[in-house]
Design a protein around this ligand. Structure first.
Ligand code: NAD
Length: 500
């Protein structure tokens, strides 16, 4: 494909240096809204590159773990300030490589800023506990310790926010890092690594290796000098990583797919619920792990809700995310667009009622991008494939429900458990739903998206493996507890035996 300017080549960052891949190869990163635009060429790395980065991180760990956490925090504070200064440029870079609208990429960078400040603050906390010993003249406490080299494997839908959720808690806890970004969005991780380096992260502490999951990702997860693996992506790849980590008992955090739901009860504020369903379903072109791809609506307000919802969805302006009037950008790439198109066919064949959309947008301003119409299926049955499987695109299934119990059965009746929401003005229903929805995140009178960095993030069932990102939960993952007993009695004291 033609390109107007000479492409910039982005290298790996290993042991404090920008270095070429041993393969000598680079791949193209193109704008999904206009594939004529080459964002840059990025290193297509080998397993040896990944191993070299791990070696550097292992060496750097020896000194980084001993840097006082408040000093590590100062570096993160400086990085946060740099992110604030460069927010607009980084947001534009992200829209060019990922496609989501500028308001959303600004939100993505802001999330990285929030996470960086939050984890910097942890530098003066990282609290452990002291507690009385059961024996006299004995002191007991628990304290956190760092673990070592952390491998991070990230997806393309939150190109800076998700890497920051992993990098910041790992660094503040005294670990070192090797990150492999998604192939579709490496520039945002490059920008983040650049900022952290300028802020003073020492050589070898933070390394970036670009390339494919099957080569670089696999090499990182297999490397025996990597005790910690943090992955966000599909359930399918998460399962592979989980198996790779198991024999060495690596700490392994998996944040995976979702099939999230908005429940609209008969007493809901319907205008608010429609706003929530449009934003939850079509924000980020439906390519959020927390996207509201199902909307379950009480039968008594079903027709009213559907007609207002469909009217709003029809009016959504699809286009280049850099255009301020655009409300929904393209799919990330051709494969994702094809997945969306195939699910539209599946939905039609299953007998769901296509209420709007259903087609690829092609020609004119859409000719060079991976655009799809925002699509709504009505009268969906909860067991249809389009209502069970993660589509990760601008497709929402509307499911009629009879009452709250029915809604909760439908909500919980999928293999995933990331986010769920209920619109109701009845406090009893709100609390019952909060209790009974088996997901990692519940919203009341708000859509399924909108996580804040100081609360735990993650999901149940096939969405996750029991860990949480963000908040103190992230520190829990990137540290090990050490329990310390100090006996100053000057004699042998036997716990459980000498304390009667
Ligand atoms: P993906 O699983 O295809 O890729 C994720 C990352 O894993 C990429 O960097 C990829 O290169 C790498 N990878 C692929 N194969 C690998 C292997 N064998 N070994 C090691 N690494 C490998 O996912 P994606 O398409 O980038 O992202 C979309 C998915 O991510 C969706 O399922 C979405 O729900 C999920 N997601 C989940 C969350 C969450 O927090 N739960 C957040 C965002 C996205």
């Amino acid at each position: 494909m033609a390109t107007a300017v000479a492409p910039r080549i982005f290298k790996n960052f290993i042991n404090g240096e920008w270095v070429e891949s041993r393969s000598g190869k680079a791949y193209e990163n193109r704008n999904p809204a206009n594939t004529d635009e080459l964002v840059g060429m990025f290193a297509s790395s080998t397993a040896e590159d990944a191993d070299a980065a791990v070696d550097a991180a292992k060496e750097a760990y020896k000194s980084w773990r001993l840097v006082p956490a408040p000093k590590r925090a100062e570096i993160l504070f400086r990085a946060a300030e740099l992110l604030v200064q460069r927010k607009e440029q980084f947001s534009k870079d992200m829209t060019r490589e990922m496609g989501k609208v500028l308001a959303e990429t600004r939100g993505d960078v802001q999330e990285a800023i929030d996470m960086t400040y939050y984890m910097a603050g942890e530098g003066r906390r990282l609290f452990g506990q002291t507690t009385p010993s059961e024996l006299p003249n004995k002191f007991a406490m628990s304290m956190r310790q760092s673990v070592g080299v952390c491998a991070m494997i990230t997806p393309w839908n939150f190109p800076m926010a998700i890497p920051s959720w992993k990098i910041m808690p790992a660094l503040i806890s005294g670990n070192t890092v090797v990150i492999k970004p998604a192939q579709d969005t490496p520039l945002s991780v490059y920008n983040l690594v650049q900022v952290l380096t300028e802020a003073g992260v020492p050589r070898g502490v933070l390394n970036l290796v670009g390339g494919s999951g099957s080569t670089v990702g696999a090499a990182l997860t297999e490397n025996r000098d990597v005790p910690v693996v943090s992955f966000t992506g599909s359930t399918e790849v998460g399962r592979v990583i989980s198996k790779t980590c198991a024999p060495d008992f690596k700490h392994c955090s998996l944040e995976m797919g979702g099939k999230n739901i908005i429940v609209v009860m008969d007493d809901a504020n319907l205008d608010l619920a429609v706003d929530g369903a449009v934003w939850g379903g079509f924000g980020t072109t439906g390519q959020r792990c927390t996207a509201a791809s199902r909307v379950a609506v009480h039968k008594s307000v079903y027709n009213e809700f559907v007609s207002r919802f469909v009217e709003r969805v029809k009016s959504l302006k699809v286009g280049d995310g850099l255009d301020a009037s655009t409300e929904m950008g393209p799919c990330i790439n051709e494969a994702q667009l094809k997945t969306v198109m195939s699910y539209v066919e599946i939905g039609k064949n299953e007998g769901a009622k296509l209420l709007t959309g259903g087609n690829r947008l092609d020609g004119g301003v859409y000719a060079k991008g991976w655009f799809h119409e925002p699509t709504v299926f009505g009268d969906c049955r909860p067991n249809m494939r389009i209502a069970q499987e993660e589509i990760f695109g601008p497709v929402v299934c509307v499911i009629p429900i009879h009452d709250l119990e029915d809604a909760i059965d439908v909500a919980n009746g999928v293999p995933y458990g990331l986010s769920a929401s209920i619109y109701t003005r009845n406090v009893n229903r709100a609390f019952q739903a909060t209790r009974d929805l088996y997901t990692g995140i519940v919203y009341v009178n708000a859509p399924t998206i909108g996580a804040e960095t100081h609360l735990p993030f993650g999901g149940t069932k096939q969405t996750g493996n029991g860990h949480r990102e963000a908040a103190i939960a992230a520190i829990d993952f990137f540290t090990e507890w050490k329990t310390v007993y100090i006996d100053y009695s000057d004699k042998l004291q036997r716990a459980q035996i000498d304390n009667n």
